[in-house]
Design a protein around this ligand. Structure first.
Ligand SMILES: Nc1ncnc2c1ncn2[C@@H]1O[C@H](COP(=O)(O)OP(=O)(O)O)[C@@H](O)[C@H]1O
Ligand SMILES: N[C@@H](CC(=O)OP(=O)(O)O)C(=O)O
Length: 427
């Protein structure tokens, strides 16, 4: 067996580092399950810090006061550090001063540069969290920004795998990991060749763990969550969920693609390519079995239910009532790609073409501006997209009963439909 197959990668998300008690629990998990042996720990921003940073950026960009919100963010982190007996004041002050500089600059940033600025601001959540966790564990703090190399696709940096693998291998030779303390680094964050910070897309820390595992040929990745493992539905939305003890990479990739928010969709592929198992375990019950995602065969799984809220259904009609042609579709797809709206479901009829996308108002506005001359466009917002994987008659009945389906599609394994949510609007 290759020596580096012994390396483990752990990922702790926002919920598992939401306060001092959670970080103490993380410490126990690392001591009891992660050590001895080489260990790299990926940490996300604490609790809802990323949302708080997004809100701060919005206020700063709009020229509105944000001192109270910034003070709240500082106090939150300072209190956690104090509760953990960490002399972190100087470090926190330094980081908060950096954040303040970025927020001051945000007031004069143009709309066009806002996504770039977003990454410079929002990445502070992971910087703050990793400094606290590393200090608490007496671990080695590693700045991942010079190592996780991306292009300049702000808010969703695309990885340069070759540069990243070379940089990570140079920064983290196995001997150091075997002999030294565990390494703590940021999830979700990367950097460009020119030294600017990027982010990998919301909830992208799972992906960071997979990048590290792939590049360092880890033995396994464990993502520590507040659920018992990968379930057939989000327990916050659906009752009677069932845990999958094991599941294939392919099934998981599809669930994540359809919107099962427990795992970031980009996480699975790098692990599947190198055959690295992904363990989903509960930080509330660390000795419980969890879910093993790996190269396995299984029979038909119980149906999985996935709901995506805040969806938008956009329909395009040619102005002259022409049929929807390949030429028309080429134009529509081109603009969807340019404004970075992902198609979650699509359907065409004779004179109209409909797509379901996430509702992102600024991007939708750009889409309308670019296509309004050519097409008559209608859209509905406040919709929900449901997916049932491995559906059967009872699961279809359970989800569709009493709902008006605005769009539906089925393949042999998967049934999807769009319906009205709580706050639908038409445009
Ligand atoms: N199929 C699923 N199985 C388990 N949890 C799910 C599933 N779909 C959605 N979830 C939700 O994912 C949450 C955990 O993911 P997330 O909040 O991103 O964790 P973290 O940010 O701590 O990494 C759970 O609390 C649960 O509500
Ligand atoms: N902090 C980032 C990245 C992330 O992955 O977080 P979490 O692991 O808590 O989902 C976010 O909230 O999007």
């Amino acid at each position: 067996m290759h020596e580096s197959a012994q390396l483990k990668v752990y990922k702790f998300g926002g919920a598992s580092v939401k306060d001092a008690a959670a970080i103490r629990n993380l410490g126990r998990i690392v001591a009891e399950h992660g050590r001895p042996g080489p260990l790299v720990i990926v940490v996300s921003a604490m609790g809802k810090t990323t949302n708080a940073l997004e809100a701060l950026l919005q206020l700063a960009h709009a020229g509105q006061p944000y001192a109270a919100e910034l003070a709240e963010l500082r106090d939150f982190h300072a209190n956690v550090a104090a509760e953990l007996d960490l002399p972190a004041d100087e470090l926190l002050d330094e980081l908060l001063a950096g954040l303040q500089t970025q927020l001051t600059a945000a007031a004069t940033v143009s709309e066009a540069d806002l996504d770039r600025h977003y990454d410079q601001v929002v990445s502070f959540g992971e910087l703050l969290a990793t400094h606290i966790v590393a200090a608490f564990l007496r671990a080695r703090w590693l700045d991942c920004r010079p190592l996780i190399r991306t292009d300049e696709t702000w808010r969703e940096g695309r990885l340069d795998w070759v540069a990243t693998e070379a940089a990570l291998r140079a920064a983290l030779p196995l001997e150091d990991l075997v002999q030294g303390p565990p390494v703590v680094t940021q999830g979700f964050v990367g950097g460009t060749a020119s030294g600017l910070t990027t982010t990998l897309g919301r909830e992208g820390s799972d992906f960071t763990a997979a990048i590290l595992a792939y590049c360092l040929e880890a033995e396994s990745v464990t993502i520590w969550k507040d659920v018992a493992g990968l379930l057939n539905a989000d327990p916050k939305i659906f009752a009677d969920t069932v845990r999958y003890p094991e599941i294939s990479y392919q099934e998981t990739i599809e669930m994540a693609y359809y919107g099962a928010s427990v795992i970031h969709p980009k996480t699975i592929k790098p692990l599947a390519v190198r055959g690295i198992p992904l363990l989903v375990k509960s930080f509330l019950d660390p000795t419980a079995e969890g879910t093993r995602i790996h190269d396995c065969r299984h029979g038909l799984l119980v149906p999985a239910f996935i709901r995506k809220t805040d969806q938008c259904l956009v329909s395009f009609e040619s102005k002259e009532l022409d049929f929807i042609s390949e030429e028309n579709l080429e134009v529509i797809f081109g603009v969807l790609a340019q404004v970075r709206l992902k198609i979650r479901l699509m359907q065409n009829s004779a004179i109209s073409f409909s797509v379901c996308t996430d509702f992102l108002p600024a991007r939708l506005e750009q889409l309308l501006a670019r296509l309004r001359d050519q097409f008559t466009i209608h859209y509905n917002t406040g919709l929900e997209l449901y997916t049932i994987k491995n559906y059967d008659a009872p699961s279809l009945q359970r989800l569709t009963a009493g709902r008006e389906l605005l769009l539906e599609q089925r393949t042999r394994q998967t049934f999807q439909f769009v319906c009205r949510g709580a706050g639908e609007m038409e445009g």
